[in-house]
Design a protein around this ligand. Structure first.
Ligand SMILES: C[S@@+](CC[C@H](N)C(=O)[O-])C[C@H]1O[C@@H](n2cnc3c(N)ncnc32)[C@H](O)[C@@H]1O
Length: 266
């Protein structure tokens, strides 16, 4: 069973959305488990405070190393001995989380997730307990709980048996297609056939599976090129590349740099 343990100041937020729909059902069926640890239970004072002012001055408060370390050390890691679970602190300055990491984590035994609050966590406990920092995007949330939920949801839905049709995983955004490309998903349509005067693209109702697959692949490339050209940089050398090939067709070198002098000329 894939195990998530979440250390947080707000255990009442869990499972929250993680109990809805397929994820909730999968937890009920024993595909994964969720445990929360209230960091305040390890406070050393009557106020149950866990933070203090930043060394060196500055605004806000910092989560104390000794209290968080006590919370981590309290975990019953007996089943972690054979396959240790990664310890991850959710943090905007962490390594970006992506679908490949979700798959890699999902293939492992689970994760211990530490939700920060305030200005963040004392660096010494991150170092002393081997905690990796992971970000869910280039923006700043008020706390790590929603980030932890996003990470857990992304991992759990990839576990075998959690989603019905394996096909829906194979073709979705960020999964690597048979030609090695990582693409965003093609546009989807369903009934009614005509919505506000706009018809479903006729190829999708033609019944010609080869044409449908080709249409979807082309639209996926179009969308990826427009919205996430960085993903097309993933294409192994020698493969067809819509951007490079367009340059070829137009006769322009793909790696031509703008001629600055010319552009700047009056
Ligand atoms: C207000 S933020 C702290 C921001 C920190 N002072 C900084 O500038 O990097 C409080 C907590 O929210 C969580 N958090 C905020 N943004 C996040 C993100 N993009 N990804 C993951 N966790 C995030 C982290 O757990 C963080 O410790």
């Amino acid at each position: 069973m894939w195990r998530a343990t979440v250390l947080t100041l707000f255990p009442e937020l869990f499972p929250g959305p993680l109990d809805a729909s397929v994820l909730g059902r999968a937890r009920g069926e024993g595909h994964w488990s969720l445990e929360t640890v209230d960091i305040r239970d390890f406070s050393d004072n009557a106020y149950r405070s866990v933070d203090d002012t930043p060394a060196g001055g500055g605004p806000g408060m910092v989560m104390r190393a000794d209290i968080l370390a006590a919370a981590i050390d309290s975990l019953d890691d007996a089943s972690d001995e054979e396959a240790p679970r990664p310890r991850i602190a959710l943090s905007p300055r962490g390594r970006p989380f992506d679908q490949a990491r979700a798959k890699a984590l999902g293939d492992g035994p689970g994760a211990v997730l530490i939700c920060g609050r305030f200005e963040g966590i004392d660096q010494r406990v991150l170092d002393a307990r081997g905690i990796e920092e992971v970000s869910i995007g280039d923006f700043v949330l008020a706390g790590g709980e929603i980030a932890a939920m996003a990470l857990v949801e992304a991992c759990v839905r990839l576990l075998p048996g959690v989603l019905g049709a394996a096909q829906s995983l194979a073709e979705e955004s960020f999964s690597r297609g048979p030609d090695g490309r990582t693409l965003l998903e093609y546009p989807q349509y369903t009934r009614p056939r005509v919505f506000e005067g706009v018809e479903i693209p006729p190829v999708l109702t033609s019944g010609d599976h080869k044409k449908i697959a080709a249409w979807r692949r082309d639209r996926a490339i179009d969308i990826t090129r427009a919205r996430r050209p960085d993903l097309l940089g993933d294409t192994p050398p020698g493969d067809e590349d819509p951007i490079r090939d367009r340059h070829k067709i137009e006769g322009a070198p793909s790696d031509a740099k703008p001629d600055k002098d010319k552009d700047d000329a009056p």
